[in-house]
Design a protein around this ligand. Structure first.
Ligand SMILES: [Zn+2]
Ligand SMILES: [Zn+2]
Length: 216
């Protein structure tokens, strides 16, 4: 483990850094390879929460903390960063636990409020697969919006899935027409600024088969 407090913990130090501070990179930083997640420490994190990682993208200003509740990193709770509240919150569950960001950049776990119902709150499945270029491509639609394609190797070619952004997030164009099913894709960035895409579920739609990957 490592401290999340460093001399670079300043709100003014780096204008490109949407979160205003960098977590210590003693164990990650430059050594961060393609498949590593950035592990962070959170003060007062209850024992049943095994490990916390953070996803960031300084272009979209999105940040997400993922806390695993099992040792295999398959079940998790997700907390999105909200600038106005200066903390990380669950999008959907009222009164859910949250993570506060202190002035020095120290992250601190906040217990759920009395509003919270443990019965209706379940962890979600975590899909660790990362799509790196050239296995994803972002382009502009005719209307000027971003659209995304992801590619997965299959036989002599690739399965292609297309996503558009109805309201801020990429959603699979085909899965959305299947009842009770959606696949959302998010673009994150490693510390070395390489982009990657992660999905929140698995496709049940039929992909398009293509023979080659798109040019980078
Ligand atoms: Zn909850
Ligand atoms: Zn799909």
């Amino acid at each position: 483990m490592f401290n999340s407090s460093t001399e670079s913990d300043t709100e003014t130090g780096n204008e490109n850094d949407s979160e205003g501070f960098e977590l210590s990179s003693e164990n990650v930083g430059d050594e961060l390879d393609g498949d590593s997640d950035e592990v962070i420490s959170i003060k007062n994190l209850p024992k049943e929460f095994r490990k916390a990682i953070i996803h960031k993208n300084d272009e979209t200003k999105q940040q997400e903390i993922v806390i695993f509740v099992d040792n295999d990193n398959t079940l998790c709770y997700r907390y999105r960063f909200y600038f106005k509240k200066n903390g990380y919150y669950d999008n959907y569950c009222p009164g859910h636990s949250s993570i506060k960001k202190g002035a020095s950049g120290v992250l601190e776990f906040q217990e759920p409020t009395s509003e919270h119902s443990n019965d209706s709150c379940q962890p979600s499945k975590y899909y660790p697969k990362k799509f790196k270029e050239p296995y994803f491509k972002i382009e502009k639609t005719d209307g000027g919006k971003d659209r995304l394609d992801t590619y997965e190797k299959m036989g002599d070619g690739f399965c292609k899935y297309g996503y558009t952004m109805p309201n801020g997030g990429f959603r699979c164009n085909k899965c959305q027409h299947i009842p009770d099913h959606n696949v959302y894709a998010t673009v994150w960035k490693y510390k070395n600024r390489e982009k990657y895409v992660q999905l929140n579920g698995t496709h049940v739609c039929t992909p398009t088969f293509v023979e080659s990957l798109p040019p980078v």
